[in-house]
Design a protein around this ligand. Structure first.
Ligand code: ACM
Length: 487
């Protein structure tokens, strides 16, 4: 039996299948650090209880430099299961063990093949962006999404919390951000280019308590949550809530109803900078992760070009043109966040305006930006559209659900070779994904391919991956994931 027979996804660094099997029952003893034991019980339910004597499942924390931050060893023999690794590594070992069991765990007794696995991820950052701004998705779905990420050893959920079309993060100090910014009058029906609307109000937001609970749940599964507050563009919902943030403070905008990029951006007054810093002060209270994503993408500078406040700011800061205020915003906020011990992430546009030192660049426009950001000496998370934008259609077949753009087939995602980067991430923008079913259709199975790009240093030809994926899809079936079937 080889790797393919076990259908492990992502493919482990090394796997040896040995003679014999080990039988697992709900009475099998479990010995593990408390947090790992809780995860085992959550993921392998109805297996197994804690404690007990005799051979069983043993998870041991070890400090093994060879395994790095997230690697693990998993040895299954006729005498039991032994996993070793760091805390993070042991969490991934639990997921691997889960994949060795049948897709549904409703029987009381299973046997798994004896194996020796050593498994070490290729990249430290393996993520997925989920856009909850364009369509609000219930927090229950975010929990499910975290579970699906953890199953594929993806370690970072990038939550895109704010945009022109909706503000989803509760800010105690500025309640109108969600009370007003969390709701829009209607949304595009069909593709935005046709300028039709559905006449149906849409909205919703997450309380800080809800997000804190989500962050804790994700952490217990080895998934960190990076919030994104996208500034200074993509801010029309905030400006609708607080018109004084805009470049024409007397003007009352509404939360944007169509997809695409708003020309309405933040002004550059001291009061607006203070406002955003206040928001970030609440963001860091909820999200303990080291990085906060500040956006910086797609900022049309036209309003600044006509603004006296912007002209003054350009002069006082010694910049050469209003466009450079994109970089100035990032540096102002990065300095503020450094006071909280945080670093920032930004989209690759900021590279044109001197990003703050230590920023992580999310290179999205195309692969050349990945190369440019790396050359400039930054840590890069590679998310180039042509490989990692999972909101693109998977094919140009007429029965493919409506997409912003296309096409990005599974084989192309799997074939991505990101080179020397900090990591990779699958982007699930949701303009055309109003329901969890549609999100799952677009994310899966392409996110599985991307997870393997991020984890597995030794990749198979696509046909090998596809065969393994066929087996793996039975696991997604058992979870009723609404994935797009293979062609
Ligand atoms: C982006 O797609 N505007 C980052």
């Amino acid at each position: 039996m080889g790797v393919a027979d076990l259908d492990l996804v992502p493919r482990p660094t090394s796997l040896r299948v040995l003679a014999g099997r080990y039988a697992l029952t709900p009475e099998t003893p479990l010995r593990a650090p408390g947090s790992i034991a809780a995860l085992v019980r959550a993921v392998l339910r109805p297996f197994p209880p804690a404690g007990g004597d005799g051979p069983g499942l043993t998870f041991t924390l070890v400090d093994d430099p060879e395994l790095g931050a997230e690697g693990y060893r998993l040895a299954v023999s006729t005498g039991g299961v032994q996993a070793t690794g760091s805390d993070a590594g042991l969490r991934w070992a639990v997921q691997t063990l889960r994949q060795m069991l049948p897709p549904t765990l409703d029987d009381a007794r299973w046997s798994i093949p004896c194996v020796e696995i050593v498994d070490i991820p290729r990249y430290p950052w393996r993520g997925s962006l989920l856009d909850v701004a364009r369509w609000y998705h219930r927090v229950e779905f975010l929990y499910r999404y975290v579970d699906l990420m953890a199953m594929h050893k993806l370690n970072t959920l990038h939550l895109h919390l704010t945009d022109d079309q909706g503000w989803r993060f509760e800010v105690r100090r500025y309640p109108r951000l969600t009370e007003v910014g969390g709701y829009r009058r209607e949304s595009n029906r069909g593709h935005a280019r046709h300028r039709r609307f559905d006449g149906t109000p849409h909205g919703g937001w997450y309380s800080q308590a809800q997000l804190r609970d989500l962050v804790g749940y994700a952490a217990r599964r080895g998934v960190r949550v990076m919030p994104e507050i996208d500034v200074p563009g993509h801010m029309q919902a905030a400006i609708a809530a607080y018109p004084e943030l805009g470049n024409e403070p007397g003007r009352q905008l509404e939360v944007r109803t169509s997809w695409g990029i708003s020309s309405h951006i933040l002004n550059v007054s001291d009061a607006t900078v203070r406002f955003v810093k206040d928001v970030l002060d609440e963001v860091v209270e909820v999200f303990p992760f080291e990085l906060v994503h500040l956006g910086g993408d797609e900022v049309p500078p036209d309003e600044w070009a006509g603004s006296r406040v912007a002209a003054r700011r350009v002069r006082s800061t010694g910049l050469s043109r209003v466009d450079d205020l994109v970089g100035w915003w990032a540096t102002e906020l990065a300095t503020h966040l450094a006071g909280h011990g945080r670093r920032v992430a930004v989209w690759d546009e900021v590279l044109e305006y001197e990003p703050p030192p230590g920023a992580v660049i999310f290179a999205w426009r195309d692969e050349s930006r990945v190369v440019a950001a790396r050359k400039a000496g930054f840590e890069v998370v590679a998310v180039p559209q042509e490989y990692a934008y999972l909101d693109w259609a998977e094919s140009d077949r007429p029965d493919e659900p409506l997409a912003i753009n296309g096409t990005l087939p599974l084989s192309r995602v799997y074939g991505y070779q990101p080179g020397d980067v900090y990591g990779v991430q699958g982007q699930v923008w949701t303009e055309y994904l109003p329901t969890p079913d549609l999100v799952e259709w677009r994310a899966f199975p392409r996110l599985v391919a991307l997870a393997e790009v991020g984890w597995s240093a030794q990749r198979e030809p696509f046909t090998g991956f596809r065969e393994r994926l066929r087996g793996h899809l039975r696991r997604l079936d058992a979870l009723r994931v609404h994935y797009r079937p293979l062609d």
